[in-house]
Write a protein that binds this ligand. Structure first.
Ligand SMILES: [Mg+2]
Ligand SMILES: [Zn+2]
Length: 178
């Protein structure tokens, strides 16, 4: 069992420019890649949980979402960092695309994406936390008893460092990571 950091994506890892899906237009938030590296090095799982209603709205397709996440993974690999899993919700109740026009249980503030990750990975819930830039992110985490912090948008590495230090549960955690 290891704790996890759940990152919202838009507005936390990359600047929220509105329905971003093109790697050529993505702008990393300052300190985001270093923050993920710090999470890796501290022995936490690093997860992304992101609402992508642009799929339901017909602005882009699921393959574009996955493509962007692959691109982000490649970028992170350059500095030896990684995301353990990306979860996205392509739905919206008012979507244009019929197959995605549903009231789902994964669109935050619903906790479905977090729950799915908790089922797939051996996560220490008590030691875990989420970082989001909207109240709906925090509500999703709190619904499953996970601490949550509202990112101020400045420097993600500076923001997360004290959280990792203060919450760092087990000094052995970092040594268990190869
Ligand atoms: Mg966001
Ligand atoms: Zn959904």
């Amino acid at each position: 069992m290891r704790p996890a950091v759940f990152f919202d994506r838009d507005g936390v890892l990359n600047e929220d420019d509105g329905y971003t899906f093109d790697p050529n237009k993505i702008r990393w938030v300052v300190g985001a890649q270093q923050a993920i590296k710090a999470v890796n090095d501290a022995g936490y799982f690093a997860f992304v949980v992101t609402n992508q209603s642009g799929v339901a709205r017909g602005f882009y397709e699921e393959r574009h979402v996955r493509n962007l996440h692959e691109w982000m993974s490649h970028e992170l690999a350059v500095i030896g960092a990684h995301i353990d899993a990306f979860e996205y919700c392509p739905h919206h109740p008012d979507g244009l695309i019929a197959q995605y026009r549903v009231l789902c249980n994964c669109r935050k503030p619903q906790p479905g994406m977090i729950k799915a990750l908790l089922e797939r990975y051996p996560v220490d819930v008590d030691g875990s936390f989420l970082i989001g830039d909207k109240q709906s992110d925090l509500v999703a985490a709190q619904a499953v008893g996970i601490a949550a912090y509202l990112f101020d948008g400045a420097n993600l590495h500076a923001f997360i460092t004290p959280l990792l230090d203060e919450r760092s549960p087990d000094p052995r955690a970092s040594s268990t990571v190869a």
